[in-house]
Ligand binder design. Sequence first.
Ligand code: AMP
Ligand code: MN
Ligand code: MN
Length: 325
Amino acid sequence: MGEITEDQWAAATGALRTAVAADDRILLVCHVTPDGDALGSMLAVGQALRKLGATRVQATFPGPSDLPAPFVALPGLELLVDSPEAPALMVTLDAAAESRLGSYAELLGRVPSIVLDHHASYTGFGDLPLVDSGAAATAVVAAELIARLGVPLDRGIAECLYIGVITDTGSFKYALTTPAVHRLAADLLETGLDPGEISRRVFDTRPFGAVKLYGEVLGRAVLEPENRLVWSTASLADLERHQQAPYVLEGLIDGIRCAAEADVACLLKQVGPEEWSVSMRSRGSADVSRVAVALGGGGHRAAAGFTGRGTPAEIMDRIRDALGE
Ligand code: AMP
Ligand code: MN
Ligand code: MN
């Protein structure tokens, strides 16, 4: 899956224009435990559809509905609902597999669906794909969709798109940060955004307890020079001891992946008694998306994840095996 064809753009924008003209119910769904790209691209598209005149747009995501603190001031949050009504058209965002949509995956096949995504591991679900594995973020695809729908950027839409872009490019650091991404960022900033304030709010504000927890997780990191692997764990007991919510662990992998002696970094974040959400990062030579897909997850070449069952030792064994294949 590479670029999006003109036919695909025409089919998706046509379906959206028809739905807006009829004021049909449109449901936007992003992936479980949404990040800045999932929420940002979803709320940007939602606001754009509202500006086109759609009054029955709802947005949602599976799983617990409480938002991490960095996202509680996002523009367009009024579109978010816990229990959406049955839509005439569904749009999924930043989800590469149906499993990332929880129970909303049941709507696929029942109502027409547009898929906005940028994962190499996109499984091909949905009716009208707008999937570009060369795009730095789903927000980049969303920005083009909004432009093709003829909706001018306003500050609210721009802030959501900007948060999507900075989340998935590591603030313009990663490989897919093309000149076009910088041009988009310039257009977004022109609407009056304050990049310093947004960055501080989204990435650089955590409770002190999270700082102490980071220290412990980094302190117990294990380096396996022979496997060029570095990894650590954060358990539910760790979160409990420091009175922290799971979202504070987002970004913690960045402190681990610095280790020069490793090509691959893993952080195992406990989500249940025998269940761990695994973040993987590669310096480039290893394809962690392949490993994640083999273990039931997905992602990109350099950043991927999956949910693993068992103990951290068992899960690390599986990762070593898959890396070796
Ligand atoms: P994270 O480590 O949570 O920042 O995620 C890195 C990348 O892996 C993102 O592109 C995610 O979409 C993908 N990813 C993480 N966890 C999963 C999972 N359980 N299933 C599929 N993709 C995942
Ligand atoms: Mn995401
Ligand atoms: Mn993304």
